[in-house]
Design a protein. Structure first.
Length: 211
């Protein structure tokens, strides 16, 4: 549309603004709010990552200093405040190891149970499940240990899972099941100590026929 005079252009612009100005201002304001919210979210995300990293470092320092109680408290604080951070799972697993060394097996079970329930990292979850099964074995609860073992884990973990399964069956007195699990572990490979696994298998070797 063409206008004959500048006054007509001004009048047309005023009319357009009267009709659309509120929507334009609302759109601009909404855009500013979205940008501000995104920037705030990014800042909080980065700040949370720094806080999680700092708490993790403190917990590791406490472990190196031999202060198990402080390390476990820091691990709990980290998981309470930043439960979704991978640092939280690492701290809990480290605290579990320290608790085992200190003889507090139940505390170790609690740390590992938290990791199993809360971690989003599949490999970390599998490792926590394997360790939790071992802890249940230490507590003498073979049923809980067998239930704790991962199902459908990546084949890279098969050897470790089956060795622990064998340990649990052996502890429960089911030697045939233990032997079968140890054999599966040996075939899969990837166990921490193949020589130890071989000894376990030899100890459970079926006696030769006397005929």
């Amino acid at each position: 549309m063409s206008y004959e005079t500048e006054e007509q252009q001004v009048e047309a612009l005023k009319a357009w603004w009267d009709e659309n100005g509120r929507a334009v201002l609302l759109g601009v304001g909404l855009g500013i709010l979205i940008i501000a919210a995104y920037n705030f979210w990014q800042h909080r995300k980065e700040q949370a990552a720094v806080e999680a990293s700092d708490l993790y470092s403190q917990s590791m320092d406490a472990l190196r200093a031999g202060d198990t109680d402080k390390a476990q408290a820091l691990a709990k604080e980290l998981s309470d405040e930043h439960g979704g951070a991978l640092y939280a799972s690492y701290a809990r697993m480290a605290a579990a190891r320290a608790a085992i060394e200190a003889g507090d097996i139940q505390a170790a079970a609690d740390h590992l149970s938290w990791t199993v329930k809360n971690t989003d990292h599949p490999d970390v979850k599998v490792i926590a499940q394997i360790r939790l099964a071992r802890v249940h074995a230490e507590l003498g609860d073979t049923d809980a240990g067998l239930k704790a073992l991962p199902k459908g884990a990546h084949e890279a973990f098969t050897g470790m899972v089956e060795e622990v399964r064998g340990d649990l069956h052996a502890l429960a007195g089911d030697l045939a099941a233990a032997r079968s699990a140890y054999q599966a572990a040996q075939e899969a490979g990837g166990v921490a100590n193949p020589q130890t696994l071989e000894i376990k298998l030899n100890d459970l070797a079926e006696p030769a026929d006397a005929s």
